[in-house]
Design a protein around this ligand. Sequence first.
Ligand code: AMP
Length: 440
Amino acid sequence: MTFASLGLAAPLLQALETLGYQTPTPIQTQAIPAVLAGRDLMAAAQTGTGKTAGFALPVLQRLSAGEKAASNSIRALVLVPTRELAEQVHASFRQYGEHLPLSTYAAYGGVSINPQMMRLRRGVDVLVATPGRLLDLFRQNAVKFKQVETLILDEADRMLDLGFAQELATVFAALPKQRQTLLFSATFSDEIRSMAKSRLRDPLSIEVSPRNTAAKSVKQWVVPVDKKRKPELFLHLLKSRKWGQVLVFVKTRKGAEQLVTTLQAKKIPADAIHGDKNQPARLRALESFKAGEVQILVATDVAARGLDIDDLPQVVNFDLPIVAEDYIHRIGRTGRAGASGEAISLVCADEAPLLAAIETLTKKTLERDEEPGFEPDHRVPLTGAGPAVAKKPKKPKVGGGRSAKGVPGNWVGFDEGGAKPARRPASRPGAKPAGKPRGR
Ligand code: AMP
């Protein structure tokens, strides 16, 4: 399969060649022809699947055929949950659209609105925005929606998690009814399904797993430890295992700063990325990490969402996430692009319920490996969550229901061959979210 055979035009193929993309990923194989044909899309895909190119390439191609954006108008709107993701998606559009005469721009909060208003005066073909700032701009007449042809919701689940439901409803109400809508989400809750049902027209449903699913390429284990000894244990593992660059997840902003201070005191180059930092500081930290100047990047979940950091050998959960799904997002940062990765969680007794929730979600009991000299005084209780789930008797399959993989029958899985004709997604009352990450 080649990008050319998916129907992409020469200027896009040229950009892909420069980037060294040779083969489309499964989501791209399915999404690109459907989006080019004008279909709505409902895609269950996480970061790392190549989803951004899956929507950006065909959207750019469609836009290159139409009229330019009028003053203060936009033609494609990409809504994203965080500023970092806005920057990344915008950067992708710029790269892919390098040889096309289209303009792209990113607008998000935390920075001055005036330059954004100035830029929008000239009209923008693709606007990537966070919902809050977009509405500020809309209410000040800096952006008009009447020319919008395509709406893309990227990481829709995260936008709802972050409390943007009201903002999304307001944007939907203000957009033209005649438009193409593409919805991407890592998980599919009932809320997302009902949003999709009322806002999408006969969408093609796609589900893919990340290019390297966590279970395949990421070795995961837990190191039980007393809470107060976590910093010491982290330093010990860093040295004894000769770790290079590590992305470390912590629960709170304060915790992130404390860990950075501890590391810096030991002359280890470290920086933090969290919601208390302004946008330029967050981007600086990320850039220095990518450039290799910072060895340890300490992040909170919200700040880390959507970060595109490739080939990271280690991800450490200094604290377990409060929301079990975040564990999947966190460990998705390692083992990408064919590389093998390690995800190590430092777990104290208090965190046993969080560990149990993760094991239930992933249907996998995480291996425990005590570090000599750091055996905890407060034992981490056994969760038993993994085996209990695994032992559940399988429900008999019902015709037209879920496939063996736990996916509704009308979902197109990339490993099931070509795209089937799409029907509306199942919205049976009480249906479990199909896109929930599952243990593989
Ligand atoms: P995404 O899932 O959109 O965040 O993309 C994850 C990473 O994969 C990004 O660094 C992309 O540049 C890269 N990528 C996307 N599609 C391809 C492809 N077909 N071949 C190689 N790399 C790709």
